[in-house]
Every structure is written in structure tokens, then in C-alpha cells.
Design a protein around this ligand. Structure first.
Ligand code: PLP
Length: 236
């Protein structure tokens, strides 16, 4: 058991200790750690910032906007939730990476808002890899469609950096592994496709419960919440 519990009443020293252990593991595997700080107060984020963390993931636009205003300017903010097109404008000026792009419509809106802010926004295309019905994301065919549409009509103010996916929430390791393997296969299929001018470097897969499997299957970026911060105060 690498991490200490119980998580419901974690104190800061324990959070930092968990964080540092995870950082070592990420470094050894050349994986980027995104600390998922949704529902956590800004003081907790600031403590982690002081311990060296710069990549933070949030999945509510309103909460992200409030935290971004209060916290240091060199934080790299990741949007990891389901983003509605009409909300892109609120985060377009500062967002570092949007993980959950799952439609051409959202891509176009992100491109438009990036242009209005005179910048290029990095995004990941979210693929639906879990066999449960509840998760968002593109199917294999839809992914192909989006990639082809980008070739035909390039969007100059977005840059697709790779793929993101969430595995099924299950104890069945083989199922989780096969879902990650599938995502890695798609990543490899496109990641250096010169004819389409694609150059990908980011495969965002792995959360608290399955990040070890994700790393074994080729993840380059893991999104970790409860393993660092403890259980969340409300259900998401
Ligand atoms: C909440 C969340 C995470 C982190 O989940 P944990 O199990 O707490 O590590 C990762 N990715 C997404 C998309 C999330 O919404």
C-alpha cells in the first residue's frame, strides 16, 4: 500500500507527502502529473503550489475562473470536465490545455475564442473508451471524422496535442487495461501522421484508481485527485 489513509480527514502534511511520492513516480516514468483540485479550497492548491506543483485540473468553469483569479499566474490550468461550447469564452484567455474536446462544434468554438484572445489553445480529443454508456467522448469513427475535418478545414488557433480517455470504473484490471490499450492504439495511429500534419505528444489517461495501469500502457499525463487530496466533499 503506497499511500496512506484514511482519506476523509487528510491533513496538509499528508497531502504533501502523498504528492511528493507521486511526483517521484511520475518523474521516473516521464509522465506529467495534473493535480485535480476540483472542489478543493484555494488554500490547498496554494500549499501544493508551494511544494512545486504547477499543473492543476478543474472541471467546473465557474470554479476554475474563481481559482484562476486568486492563484499565482504561472499555474497551468487544465480543463478536464465536459465543456459546453457557450462557456469556452470564459476560460479562453488563460487555459493551458482542454482535455475533453468531443465534437467538431466545440473545436470550432475553441478556435474562435482563441483567435479573439490572440492565442493558440492546446486541446486533446476525448475518446469514449469505457464500455459504460455514461461517459463522454468520441467513438473511433467520430475521431477519424474530426481528424479528417481538421485536414480539410484547418483551425489555425487550436493545436491538437493528443488524446484523452477515461476507463471504466471497475475493479476488473483486465478491462481497464484493454480500454487503455485501445486508446494507445488510436494515439499511435495518428500521432505522427505526416500526411495529415499531425504531431501529437500527449496521451492523458489514468486517475487515482488506475494510473499505474495507465502508465504501463503508455500514458504521458495522469489526472490525480483523491489520491493526493483525499475524497471530495461532493460527488462529481
Ligand atoms: C475528477 C476527475 C479526475 C480525478 O479523479 P480521482 O479519481 O479523484 O483521481 C480525473 N479526470 C477527470 C476527467 C475527472 O473528472
Amino acid at each position: 500500500m503506497a499511500f496512506q489513509g484514511p482519506f476523509l480527514s487528510l491533513d496538509m502534511p499528508l497531502i504533501i507527502e502523498n504528492y511528493q511520492r507521486l511526483t517521484e513516480e511520475c518523474k521516473a516514468n516521464r509522465v506529467t502529473l495534473v493535480a485535480v483540485s476540483k472542489t478543493k479550497p484555494t488554500e490547498d492548491l496554494l500549499q501544493m503550489y508551494q511544494a512545486g506543483q504547477r499543473d492543476f485540473g478543474e472541471n467546473y468553469v465557474q470554479e476554475l475562473m474563481e481559482k484562476q483569479k486568486e492563484l499565482p499566474g504561472d499555474i497551468r490550468w487544465h480543463f478536464i470536465g465536459h465543456l459546453q461550447s457557450n462557456k469556452v469564452k470564459y476560460i479562453a484567455s488563460f487555459i493551458h490545455l482542454i482535455h475533453g474536446i468531443d465534437s467538431r462544434k466545440l473545436l470550432k468554438e475553441t478556435d474562435k475564442q482563441a483567435a479573439l484572445n490572440n492565442r493558440v489553445i492546446d486541446v486533446l480529443l476525448q475518446v469514449h473508451i469505457a464500455r459504460e454508456q455514461t461517459k463522454f467522448g468520441l467513438s473511433e469513427e467520430e475521431l477519424e471524422g474530426v481528424i479528417n475535418s481538421l485536414k480539410e478545414t484547418p483551425l489555425p488557433n487550436i493545436r491538437v496535442r493528443g488524446l484523452m480517455g477515461m476507463a471504466s470504473y471497475t475493479e476488473d484490471e483486465n478491462k481497464v487495461r484493454s480500454e487503455f490499450t485501445f486508446l494507445k492504439t488510436l494515439f499511435d495511429r495518428y500521432h505522427s501522421d505526416k500526411s495529415r500534419q499531425i504531431s501529437w505528444d500527449t496521451l492523458s489517461m489514468g486517475m487515482s484508481g488506475d494510473y499505474k495501469i495507465a502508465i504501463q500502457e503508455g500514458s504521458t499525463m495522469i489526472r490525480i485527485g483523491s489520491l493526493i487530496f483525499g475524497e471530495r466533499n461532493r460527488i462529481n
